[in-house]
Design a protein around this ligand. Structure first.
Ligand SMILES: NC(=O)c1ccc[n+]([C@@H]2O[C@H](COP(=O)([O-])OP(=O)(O)OC[C@H]3O[C@@H](n4cnc5c(N)ncnc54)[C@H](O)[C@@H]3O)[C@@H](O)[C@H]2O)c1
Length: 365
């Protein structure tokens, strides 16, 4: 069987999960990698045995590549995705899929026009614990959902933010919501359903960044259920928890661990909680978890069977919209109702209009 060719753009921290997944998936073949940093590029090209490109646009001309994995700073995701789509490639985009709804919608419509698929990396949906949780939800085991709480109590110190100039900036990253907490926000909305409104306070307490390092949010879901998000990268001295709590009239589930991988509470009629807690999956080596491989495999199957990937662009857009609504709640000091107007973008300062204009200059034929 002919292998599916991959090209990875951006060879930094998260790219390793993509390279490793491609290396170990039957049917996948790494064709090339691209990075503007010669050292990062050389390291990846040598380790994974592929040619490297300093200009990703040249790599997009390679006809052996069918899938592009975008692992660059977040502010570049949409433009690179559009370039790849215009070159006829399917794209897997690291989270967040874009920094504004305008960008996200531009990517969605460009992919539809080109007939290519877009997948967004919310790999925690593939964690065994999360798969079990979703299965319980699908069976109706929770009864009526009453509320859900998502908590990210992590430490990202000054050294972390100093690693690269894009980190913590409004243009390319955002704060602890858009970067670190988007995964659990994705899971919260996946379980609780569409969000009706959000009200939030955020602050930048300890880190020297433009974005927030602490956030508290209350949510109303369209179902009438309520929600809470508490997010921080200020926790002393190291990561404490990433936890999803889902409560219903006939079910209680709490998932924690370092990457929402561990079942902490599992209370349903007729289920043996002790047995469930005793049967935990392997602990992942870091907060990225094990999900990239399953997500990329699902994406390959989606292409082969001409179906949508498990987390397509419309799915990835949902967590983005919630976070943008939260930023707007902070900016306008009020409850914000969803859906947002499509031009909403991030930025809570005087540069707001500038960001918006900048984002609208995206090239898309
Ligand atoms: N799914 C997850 O759990 C997860 C975890 C970490 C990061 N991420 C996301 O992955 C993305 C990258 O994060 P990271 O921590 O790997 O960042 P990083 O800074 O370690 O790596 C980014 C790489 O992109 C390269 N780059 C920058 N501009 C480029 C361009 N124009 N063309 C090609 N390469 C370019 C940089 O030189 C760098 O090597 C971010 O969007 C982040 O939010 C996702």
């Amino acid at each position: 069987m002919e292998k599916v060719g991959f090209g990875v753009i951006g060879c930094g921290r998260i790219s390793k999960n993509h390279f490793e997944a491609i290396r170990t998936l039957t049917g996948a073949q790494l064709i090339a990698a691209a990075d503007i940093d010669p050292q990062a590029l050389e390291g990846a090209a040598e380790k994974y045995g592929c040619p490297g490109y300093l200009n990703y646009k040249e790599m997009l001309n390679n006809p052996e590549i069918q899938i592009i994995n975008i692992c660059t700073p977040s502010g570049l995701h949409a433009q690179i995705a559009l370039d790849a789509i215009q070159a006829g490639k399917h794209v897997i985009i690291e989270k967040p899929m874009a920094m504004s709804l305008y960008e996200a919608d531009t990517v969605i419509s460009a992919a539809k026009k080109a007939g290519v698929k877009v997948g967004i990396v919310h790999q925690n949906r593939f964690n065994n614990a999360v798969v079990k949780l979703r299965h319980a939800y699908n069976k109706g085991d929770f009864g009526q959902l009453t509320h859900g709480a998502a908590v990210v109590r992590w430490n990202r110190n000054d050294d972390y933010y100093a690693q690269a100039p894009w980190r913590g900036t409004w243009e390319h990253d955002g704060g602890c919501l858009m970067n670190q907490s988007i995964h659990i926000i994705d899971l919260l909305q996946w379980m609780m359903g569409a969000v009706e409104s959000v009200f939030a306070y955020t602050a930048t307490k300890l880190r020297k960044i433009e974005g927030e390092d602490v956030a508290v949010v209350v949510l109303k879901f369209k179902s009438g259920a309520l929600g809470i998000i508490e997010a921080a990268t200020t926790i002393f001295p190291t990561n404490l928890e990433e936890t999803l709590n889902i409560f219903g009239s006939t079910g209680t589930a709490v998932l924690g661990g370092i990457a929402v991988n561990k079942i902490e509470a599992w209370r349903f009629n007729g289920e043996d909680e002790a047995a469930v807690l005793a049967e935990q999956s392997a602990v992942p080596p870091n907060v990225y978890g094990f999900g990239h491989k399953n997500l990329i495999e699902d994406f390959m199957e989606a292409i082969a069977n001409n179906r949508e990937p498990a987390i397509n662009a419309e799915e990835g857009r949902k967590a983005l919209e919630i976070i943008l609504a939260i930023y707007h709640s902070v900016k306008y000091k009020k409850e914000i109702k969803l859906p947002l107007r499509e031009e909403f973008t991030i930025g809570v300062d005087n540069n707001y209009a500038q960001h918006s204009e900048y984002r609208k200059k995206l090239v898309c034929s």
